[in-house]
Write a new protein. Structure first.
Length: 92
């Protein structure tokens, strides 16, 4: 990995940290005793996968479906409401 790649990854990581902080600040999204770091990694991967759709115009219906897909995380111990999911997708 060259210096440019390292800098790019660092910047992406910083944006992700700020995205999580802005989205989760008062939302109480973690259920019980969960592994927060693992949950954040899984959520980040999902958002990065969804982000590629936004390289072109996405319909309102598809955008809503993407937001709803971020909400469905009971299996990994996250309780994400619609507004938090929307903010994650917009900032991520």
């Amino acid at each position: 990995m060259n210096l440019k790649d390292i800098q790019k990854q660092f910047n992406l990581d910083q944006v992700w940290i700020m995205t999580i902080q802005a989205s989760f600040q008062r939302a109480k999204v973690y259920k019980g005793h969960t592994n927060k770091d693992q949950r954040k990694r899984e959520l980040r991967k999902q958002i990065e996968d969804l982000a590629h759709q936004y390289d072109k115009v996405v319909s309102d219906e598809q955008h809503i479906q993407n937001i709803l897909s971020l909400r469905c995380h009971d299996d990994i111990g996250l309780n994400i409401n619609f507004g938090v999911a929307q903010k994650l997708l917009k900032l991520g």
